[in-house]
Design a protein around this ligand. Structure first.
Ligand code: ZN
Length: 75
């Protein structure tokens, strides 16, 4: 059963961790950063990271902790 639009099945998408936990419990789909509705039931480490999710994740500042002052160097 192939639906053509199966790219999201081949990538590991970034999803909020608590949502992954909830999904793991009841199998409900989650919305990834890239907007894909995705069920992260399988081992995400087997898949390459979704390029779109990665880009969004990195643009958010790799965790959203901007106070660390990573890229811009020193304070
Ligand atoms: Zn994605």
């Amino acid at each position: 059963m192939s639906h053509g639009d199966g790219d999201h099945e081949r990538y590991a998408h970034y999803v909020q961790k608590d949502k992954i936990m909830a999904s793991a419990l009841d199998g409900t789909p989650v919305v990834a950063l890239c907007g894909k509705v995705w069920v992260p039931g399988r081992d995400p480490k087997k898949y390459p990271v979704c390029p779109m999710c990665k880009e969004i994740y990195e643009s958010m500042g790799a965790g959203g902790d901007k106070d660390k002052g990573g890229k811009d160097g020193k304070k």
